[in-house]
Design a protein around this ligand. Structure first.
Ligand code: UT7
Length: 314
């Protein structure tokens, strides 16, 4: 078998899953020295969902994405699961999800922290160029398992959830017009979690670098797509802090009203946050055919990633 001609890909469908258990800011204020108003003012978060397993949330989101796409699941060639909170060290949680879904395809985990889903989406395009036809890209997290619930600077932020997308090879024009991935390992100590430890974060350092990284990454992708910030119809940013998104949009000259935000009810779900916010925009009918959609994420590493999609109308 020889290598196929490079080809584009389309996003066919999305699916999401959030745990039932809602934890409010007032719930957290009973445990640590904080208030609902402080959390809303400084982060935009009003509540978050906690519970389940990474494989369970990923499975539920994937089932919904597959169902919405109408494809036969046995035609999926690869499952890429972006996560920083796998069920176990070994094997990859992607293999558990594969078994849950009854798939017989390649399966792997990808850890690029909160940029993970966008990294996964871009990697999927690479695999499609190498001949794969259908790929399931999932971002799923149970950050509650690695959160220190006595640390008020982190426990107010992190939460659980999953989002999944079915990507398909197309002979026509593909969705992806520009992309960018980066990592600055010099900043690795700004957010980390040792094996069997809990997340430790330098919030201020991440904040400052996140704003710059999102702007830089978005500009790279826009340049590749031959677009300017004015051409963007919708921004789907990583949901870490509403003030980070506001500051990044300001630097890019994109009105904040063009963003899809879920952080107020989901908190920061790391690699799940971009697909959750993308699906939210779709459910709200905020994306039309041929819209230019900018996905942009940043996270521990510090990683960043972005993608410009020309929406194909799904
Ligand atoms: O996916 C990427 C992951 N992480 C991030 O994106 C995090 C980025 N950073 C942030 O979102 C913000 O830095 C935080 C929300 C973590 C903190 O907000 P901030 O406005 O940067 O506050 P700060 O760290 O400058 O702290 C200001 C004050 C401090 O008190 P003092 O030292 O001025 O007396 C903190 O101890 O706020 C205090 N503080 C809190 N007060 C009430 C920190 N956390 C809390 C809290 N409730 N939960």
């Amino acid at each position: 078998m020889s290598l196929p001609q490079p080809s584009g890909a389309r996003l066919l469908s999305l699916g999401t899953s959030l745990p039932d258990n809602v934890v409010t800011n007032d719930d957290l204020a009973e445990r640590v020295d904080t208030t609902h108003d402080w959390i809303v003012d400084r982060t935009g978060i009003q509540e978050r969902r906690i519970g389940g397993t990474t494989s369970g949330l990923a499975t539920d989101a994937s089932r919904q994405a597959i169902e919405r796409s109408g494809i036969d699941p046995s035609t999926i060639d690869l499952l890429i699961l972006a996560t920083t909170s796998p069920d176990r060290r070994v094997p990859a949680t992607a293999s558990t999800v594969q078994e849950n879904l009854g798939l017989s395809c390649g399966a792997m985990d990808l850890n690029a922290a909160c940029s993970g889903f966008v990294y996964g989406l871009i990697a999927a395009h690479g695999f499609i160029n190498l001949g794969h036809r259908r790929i399931l890209v999932v971002g799923a997290e149970t950050l509650s398992r690695i959160t220190n619930w006595d640390d008020r600077s982190t426990c107010i932020l992190f939460a659980d959830g999953a989002g999944a997308a079915v990507i398909e090879r197309t002979d026509g024009e593909g969705d992806l017009k520009g992309w960018h991935v980066a990592s600055n390992g010099a900043l690795e100590d700004t957010l980390f979690c040792e094996f069997d430890g809990k997340l430790i974060m330098s919030g201020g350092a991440i904040f400052k670098n996140a704003v710059l990284a999102m702007e830089r990454s978005a500009l790279h992708s826009l340049e590749m797509a031959d677009l300017t910030p004015d051409d963007i119809d919708l921004v789907v940013p990583h949901q870490a802090n509403v003030r980070i998104v506001e500051a990044s949009c300001k630097r890019l000259g994109i009105p904040f009203e063009k963003t899809s935000m879920t952080i107020h009810r989901t908190g920061n779900t790391s690699s799940a946050s971009v697909p959750l916010a993308l699906d939210h925009a779709l459910q709200e009918n905020r994306i039309s055919k041929d819209d230019n959609v900018l996905l942009v994420g940043f996270g521990a590493g510090m990683t960043s990633a972005s993608a410009v999609l020309k929406w194909n109308g799904v």
